[in-house]
Design a protein around this ligand. Structure first.
Ligand code: SF4
Ligand code: SF4
Ligand code: FES
Length: 242
């Protein structure tokens, strides 16, 4: 498969330039062994067009900054091999998030907003004692927290979610996964009723259609279906009690 001639159709738009208009631009590139979309974009930028904007930091599916639509699917550029794609490849920025330019979007502001909205920190009235031993936690709980914490905030689940595309305030799978992380943490003293105030609406758990595009698009293979069902069960029960 190596040595194919690849055609890249790439979305171009710089919102800070009033004269610019959204358009597609085509680049040709010779495929190399083990080429990822990330490598291809760097080659295009270095050899053909230094003005091309896209994000990356880690190249290893850790930082979550290289999410984009690759032939219509939300994927990480650093994890997607060109050999798994046809020779014509279309790249678009992730929807839902604010466009910075070309393929670069601002996921940080969205995730910060969600963190503040769901108060994504441990709620406790215990005083912190730096000399005390850390409290023990059973393995199962620690594992469940670790599992939810594997989210790299890439935004792929949000970009592929129908509700998130229609409702700007919808928490999406990443937001509800974050809530699940604090629900299972015994150090967090929030009750189901407290959570219901924040996520017991169409912008939270009841806006989810359950078709699971989020789980299909998650590059970290997080068990989002399980997390969403867990949160929905808790909130349905809290709603009934109300
Ligand atoms: S299952 Fe829910 S959160 Fe996941 S993509 Fe569908 S509507 Fe969005
Ligand atoms: S849940 Fe998965 S797809 Fe969604 S932001 Fe986290 S790592 Fe990305
Ligand atoms: S560059 Fe960090 S996840 Fe792709």
């Amino acid at each position: 498969m190596a040595n194919r001639q690849l055609t890249f159709n790439i979305f171009r738009y710089n919102p800070t330039n009033p004269k610019d208009k959204p358009h597609m631009q085509t680049y040709q590139l010779q495929e190399t062994e083990g080429m990822t979309i990330f490598v291809a974009l760097n080659m295009i930028r270095e050899e053909q067009d230094p003005s091309l904007m896209f994000d990356f930091v880690c190249r290893a599916a850790i930082c979550g900054s290289c999410g984009m639509l690759i032939n219509g699917k939300p994927r990480l550029a650093c994890r997607t091999l060109t050999k798994d794609l046809p020779p014509e490849i279309t790249l678009l920025p992730l929807p839902v998030f604010k466009l910075i330019g070309d393929l670069s979007v601002d996921t940080g502001t969205w995730f910060r907003h969600i963190s503040l909205k769901t108060e994504a920190w441990i709620h406790t009235d215990k005083e912190f004692d730096p000399r005390a031993q850390e409290e023990r936690m059973d393995n199962k709980t620690a594992y469940d927290i670790y599992e939810a914490e594997r989210c790299i905030e890439c935004g792929c689940c949000i970009a592929g979610c129908l509700t998130a595309n229609l409702r700007p305030e919808f928490l999406g799978a990443a937001g509800l996964n974050r809530v699940a992380r604090f629900m299972v943490d015994p150090r967090d003293k929030r009750s189901a009723k407290d959570y219901f105030e924040v996520i017991g609406s169409d912008e939270g758990t009841f806006g989810c259609y359950g078709l699971m595009a989020c789980e299909d698009n998650c590059p970290m293979e997080l068990p989002l279906q399980q997390q969403l069902a867990f949160v929905r069960r808790k909130m349905a029960w809290a709603g009934l009690k109300r």
